[in-house]
Ligand binder design. Sequence first.
Ligand code: SF4
Length: 270
Amino acid sequence: MNYISYYRYERFNRCPKLLYYDKLLPRKGDRDLRNAMVGSVVHTIVEDYLSDKVERKDLFNHIWPVFSHMESNNTVVWRGRNDRSNVLSSIRPMLSNTLELFDEHEIYPTADLSSGESILTEWSFRNSNQNVGLRLGGRIDILKRYADGTYQIFDLKCTTRPNVVYDPDQIQIYALALLFDKKNVRDPVGYYLLPYEQRSQPVPFSEHEFSVLMANMLDACESIDTLPLEDYAKPGYHCSYCDYYKICPDRSTSRKKMKRVPVVDLDLED
Ligand code: SF4
């Protein structure tokens, strides 16, 4: 049975050599920790909110316990006196915009939804289909179950990196995993919530798209298993934010300083 996750599939398509480095040097890359940290804090707060651990009116104060938790398990080290407040200035508007998008799509803690609806967060799956010969693994940020038994997927993209193009394959792979699990999905199967742009991006599906995707994933599985990945570098603009930029001899040399996308600041205090 071929196993793949969206993470591996996306990395393979971007540059197969990334998977070689991932295996050789786990956690040794030059990660953009600040960007990852903003996303991680927003995701944690959102998860606590949707699972009824914190009320909406207390969300902004909840940033501090999340910081403290990250400090205590060493997932963040502050760089200087103003570092905390700089990170905070990215997180607050990101959080505000996320809540605006939640209102638009009626994503609330289950107690606040209509009867029969529910929200699952960080839903992990490992679902397979024997006929296709494929097992999919991953984790869905937010899964909404409607009263009619159908599901919709929401993925929260917290990056402020420019030129990030949403990849419909991600939500379609998640939808396939739901279908493998005999769950019904709606059309569109899901949405990207893009707080930095304060908008959402729908991802539709068709049987044809799913067939193509499954065939591509099976091809990727075979290549990952058989090719010497270190010889298959695919340099490009994406090298600019590659974890292994400093050590990869194949990297694109046109690395440019990236500008952050301004985050729209909203006042959600009321
Ligand atoms: S620096 Fe570029 S070529 Fe090298 S592994 Fe990263 S993405 Fe691939």
